[in-house]
Design a protein. Structure first.
Length: 319
């Protein structure tokens, strides 16, 4: 059993897909780290990427190729400004140059150096192989699998043993929901209290609170941005953004200037019973539209459902 933290489930990243966008982005970053760990990064003269199975069939629609380029460029999915994505990709496409990890500039043509294979690898449908060609003529390749929710693994699961050791040190090791309920009953604690005890085995309370604040700020910002962005979604299907119009109808003439004032404005808005579901739908839809447009969201637990938890939390906060 591998252990996971709340923050493994709630990952800050970029849409539209946790398995097809965030996963490949993270995999590219991990591969760069491995090249450095093997002391061969500086010897790289060229790289290529092979995308297999599902990553190939829906890769363009889920911006898998863009995510790979951003990861290879050394950009962090958590912090890289989403407004700069278009410019970064445009430079690679026009100059045919890739600055590997934002350090080593190499020749790179996305159309030929990223290959989409319809073939499915045996271990998992979302497989990808990164290839590095070195100065001495040798080649170094590694295969990763994006298994959903932004989780990336190798076939041999190198980190499993380490995670098992962490798991064994949890005060309340849990594999099943029934075990969680058992601890709640025997310890007379809530689910959140049991989970918090386990989280404290990984990091301090101050670190936990700081990370939760970062997660909530991204959720809040994605709701706010979705409610204030009009037009059509990218992708060529001319899908009209609906959250903007829905929000305008619900908020009416109430004035505000920022996210803090916005939440207070919603509190001050007269909310009737039939409006409650409309507000919750507006919050969820706004995040989904941000996610669909290569925006920053919190994987919760997937990007496809990224709007659900923020909408529920916002409901309890302001409705």
């Amino acid at each position: 059993m591998e252990s996971i933290s709340v923050f493994d489930m709630l990952k800050i990243g970029v849409g539209p897909s946790s398995s097809h966008t965030l996963g490949p982005w993270r995999a590219a970053g991990r591969w760069i780290e491995e090249l450095k760990a093997k002391n061969i990064f500086d010897q790289v003269t060229q790289v290529s990427v092979d995308l297999y199975g599902s990553l190939s069939l829906t890769g363009k629609g889920h911006a898998t190729d863009i995510a790979v380029l951003l990861g290879l460029s050394g950009f962090d999915a958590v912090t890289f400004p989403t407004k700069k994505i278009e410019g970064a990709i445009s430079r690679i496409n026009s100059k045919h140059l890739l600055k590997l990890n934002d350090e080593l500039e190499i020749s790179f043509q996305p159309k030929s150096n990223i290959t989409f294979h319809r073939k499915f690898l045996e271990f998992h449908p979302n497989g990808m192989t990164f290839n590095a060609f070195l100065i001495d003529g040798s080649q170094h390749s590694e295969t990763f699998y994006s298994i959903g929710g932004g989780f990336v693994v190798k076939k041999e699961r190198e980190c499993a043993k380490k995670k098992q050791e962490i798991f064994s040190h949890f005060p309340f090791p849990i594999e099943k929901g029934t075990e969680l309920l058992h601890y709640c009953k025997t310890e007379s604690k809530s689910i959140s209290e049991i989970v918090m005890k386990n989280e404290l085995a990984l990091r301090s309370e101050a670190e936990i609170n700081e990370k939760f604040e970062s997660v909530w700020n991204v959720m809040l910002t994605s709701m706010y941005n979705g409610c204030h962005t009009e037009g059509t979604l990218p992708g060529g299907l001319n899908v009209h953004r609906r959250a903007f119009d829905m929000h305008n109808r619900l908020i009416g003439d109430t004035k505000y200037n920022n996210t803090k004032e916005w939440t207070q404005a919603i509190r001050n808005t007269e909310v009737k019973f039939r409006q409650i579901l409309k507000w919750v739908s507006c919050f969820a839809l706004s995040v989904n539209e941000v996610n669909a447009s290569l925006g920053r969201v919190v994987t919760a637990p997937t990007n496809g459902s990224a709007g659900v938890i923020p909408a529920v939390l916002m409901y309890y906060l302001v409705i």
